[in-house]
Write a protein that binds this ligand. Structure first.
Ligand code: TA6
Length: 300
């Protein structure tokens, strides 16, 4: 893997430097007039995004482990080639891309001052024992006054493969009990909370509000959503493309206590809104085809 010194020597973009971050993961630090951000090459995982004049937009658990072979608890975990429980026993939830060491492909300064960071993962070059088919993946982060995150994956094999995934974004909020999520009114959702009544037609009525565990997969929706946060006095707009399912998650009290890498009280400070290809929005990736999943985050 390229060393920190080589990465910094090769990178000529103002306001960008490579550092040894938490867990000694090589991270890309961006600090320009639009925003500051930190992206870990382990997991191709953005850890922080702070637009100029704003507070942190992404939640990071104080108990996140930052250890290889473990997921990072916060920021934007990249879930692929499966979302949720593994289809094969003994494999981790949410796939293995978030547990892999990615390579730095490019760091670019775009017109308008945004910085673009491209990380890549190639199943033929990396040691990925769980890769059942050859693929080439890229994560493309465009950091400016807004944050755009793209997962692009090409099927390099000669057979079609069934995949699912998500950009599993943890948003920082002032108090989850006071926020509302607007944009999914009338959309059907599957309730994944254990022991929830499994009815076919859960339909969202109005804005989403939180007074218990929420683990809901909204189907057949390409719509943007907005997280209205009166405590922090801001509205976060979340747009997407390449996805017809949106996941909304808050672990609430019991699940928060059950997660060793998550503070018991931290459920108050976060909500996940995920651009997904989940459940019936799983994707059949044909040989040679590239699928693209994008989430764009802005303060409105
Ligand atoms: O996206 C919501 C979810 O699927 C929840 O069911 C919960 O398991 C969450 O992801 C976190 O999963 P993780 O494997 O990161 O602990």
């Amino acid at each position: 893997m390229t060393t920190l010194a080589e990465l910094n020597q090769n990178c000529q973009v103002p306001g960008v430097k490579f550092v040894s971050g938490p867990g000694n993961f090589i991270c890309v630090d961006i600090a320009n007039e639009s925003a500051t951000a930190r992206i870990s090459t382990y997991g191709a995982h953005i850890l922080s995004f702070i637009p100029a004049g704003e507070r942190e937009l992404l939640f990071m658990s104080r108990k996140s482990r930052f250890k290889e072979a473990e997921p990072i608890r916060g920021g934007v975990p990249v879930c692929w080639p499966w979302f949720g429980p593994a289809p094969v026993d003994g494999r981790p939830a949410h796939g293995f891309l978030r547990l892999a060491q990615w390579e730095v492909e490019a760091v670019l300064e775009l017109s308008g001052g945004a910085v673009q960071v491209v990380l890549s993962l190639d199943s033929e070059e990396a040691d990925l024992p769980m890769a059942d088919f050859p693929f080439h993946a890229e994560m493309i982060f465009t950091v400016g006054s807004t944050l755009e995150i793209t997962l692009a994956v090409r099927n390099c094999g000669d057979e079609a493969v069934e995949t699912s995934g998500a950009l599993h974004t943890y948003f920082s909020v002032g108090a989850v009990e006071k926020i509302s999520i607007h944009g999914l009114d009338g959309v059907i959702y599957t309730d994944k909370v254990p022991n929830a009544p499994q009815v076919l037609g859960n339909v969202q009525r109005g804005d989403i509000r939180f007074n218990g565990e929420v683990d809901w997969v909204y189907s057949d929706t390409a719509d943007a959503v907005e997280i209205v946060d009166p405590e922090f006095g801001r509205t976060i707009r979340v747009e997407k493309s390449g996805s017809l399912s949106t996941v909304v998650w808050n672990p609430w009290i019991d699940k928060a206590k059950a997660m060793a890498d998550f503070g018991d009280d931290e459920y108050h400070q976060m909500v996940c809104v995920e651009a997904a290809n989940a459940l019936e929005d799983s994707r059949l990736l044909l040989p040679g085809v590239t699928q693209v999943l994008t989430q764009k985050i802005s303060i409105r």
